[in-house]
Design a protein around this ligand. Sequence first.
Ligand SMILES: Cc1cc2nc3c(=O)[nH]c(=O)nc-3n(C[C@H](O)[C@H](O)[C@H](O)COP(=O)(O)OP(=O)(O)OC[C@H]3O[C@@H](n4cnc5c(N)ncnc54)[C@H](O)[C@@H]3O)c2cc1C
Length: 471
Amino acid sequence: MNQDVDVAIIGAGSAGLSALREIRRHTENFVLINDGTYGTTCARVGCMPSKALIEAANAFHHRHRLREMGISGGDRLTVDRAAVLRRVRALRDAFVAYVLERTQDLGERNIMGRPRFVAPHVLEVNGTRVKARHVIIATGSRPVVPPAWDALGEHVITSDDLFELEMLPPRMAVVGLGSVGAEMAQALSRLGIEITGFDRVEQVAGLTDPVVNRDAVARLKEEFLLCLGANAEIDVESACVRVSAGANTVIVDKVLVALGRRPNVEGLGLEQIGTELDGDGIPRFDPRTMQVGDLPVYIAGDVNGHLPLLHEAVDEGYIAGYNALREKPECFQRRTPLSIVFTDPNIASVGQAFSELDKDEIVIGEFDFSDQGRALMAAENHGRLRAYADRHDGRLVGAELCAPRGEHLAHLLACAIHGRMTAQDILRLPFYHPTVEEGVESAVRRIAKQLAGHSGPDLASCESIWNETQD
Ligand SMILES: Cc1cc2nc3c(=O)[nH]c(=O)nc-3n(C[C@H](O)[C@H](O)[C@H](O)COP(=O)(O)OP(=O)(O)OC[C@H]3O[C@@H](n4cnc5c(N)ncnc54)[C@H](O)[C@@H]3O)c2cc1C
């Protein structure tokens, strides 16, 4: 039986479901085609179980701060790692169940199978043809594992396997210290696993500012062994794994491979849609419309390799769904880039990365949290924030940080950048005392000091407000 629909969405992940919500505002004539497990990467094996594990690990780790606060007995606390993992899975199941509700009423419009393009408008799935006026590709990504390591069986795991473990082994290596690797290495270490982290570069968690990176590396090094700047090699030795990089070698029970993710494009027949594909097999697309070339095809979420984060996948699904039902695609302004790595201290990058900026065109405001009042009270006075502003107009353009409760500071900075605020505008915002947010205020004040001609009174004068309302 052939089907004729307005829209075919390929992939029932966060991007696909976001597109679906938008499509359903206008038509019920669609199909959602999914190959693989339903429930989304975020809820099943990504954001949600990883943060549930981190919460437990941090709760246990905080026992080290208790003595300093005058509380004894912390060193007698123990962790039941099997129970931690059971809780992670129970939470994960609840999050997944909530996601599954969103496809429950689709009936035959929910097709399980792997589709293949035979033309830009036509897909083949499970032996039938689906003719769609528009197609949205939202097939996500999967962890990269070098083929030689894949052959090492259960000794080598990825984030897809980690939360399924009933028990954690005593010694683990984490290879790759981007956001996933850094988060999981610290969480596992805090749960009492002997961890060694490896990365071929000297930067961790996506940081590009060498000053902030130095702080982040120093913090992580206090908790587990880090081997940076050399390629890791792994070999199985009877029941264990030998991991070597440069002059360092460790013997561990399992290796968590966190080398990034690759797009799920195999078998989709993208070569049939008549557009050029890049080296990863991804067609050229416009990130403001999500349209592939000038075809009736859209590509959203991790599969396009653009911004592999949950909120971006949701935005891209929305844009694709919005445009798939219009004659002419609308161009959308993307949000200010915001990436948070849930290590402790949190690591975050906001707006333009330090590496992208012309250093002659910016001024930098730096803040060191080692003496900050609120951070001292909480015994979490570590880390650094560096904010960057355009030297000519004083607007904030980016920031990188490794700071206590940095997730909230990053949000604040992202909102300021999104609102095109200058250092002076930010200094006129309300800042409560005593909070870690005062670290942002201090960094921005240091920017304002360097901006000749852009400083003014700390508060907006009544006259300036009156003038604004008259404009
Ligand atoms: C460990 C980990 C932690 C993370 N933490 C965070 C975080 O804290 N914050 C954050 O913002 N982001 C985080 N992310 C990233 C976030 O999870 C992803 O950006 C997001 O889930 C991507 O959604 P998606 O819709 O593109 O892909 P997915 O949710 O993976 O959806 C893709 C769907 O397509 C299906 N599919 C695959 N191939 C085919 C095919 N050929 N045909 C049909 N269907 C197919 C799959 O079964 C799946 O249902 C994390 C990721 C990981 C792995």
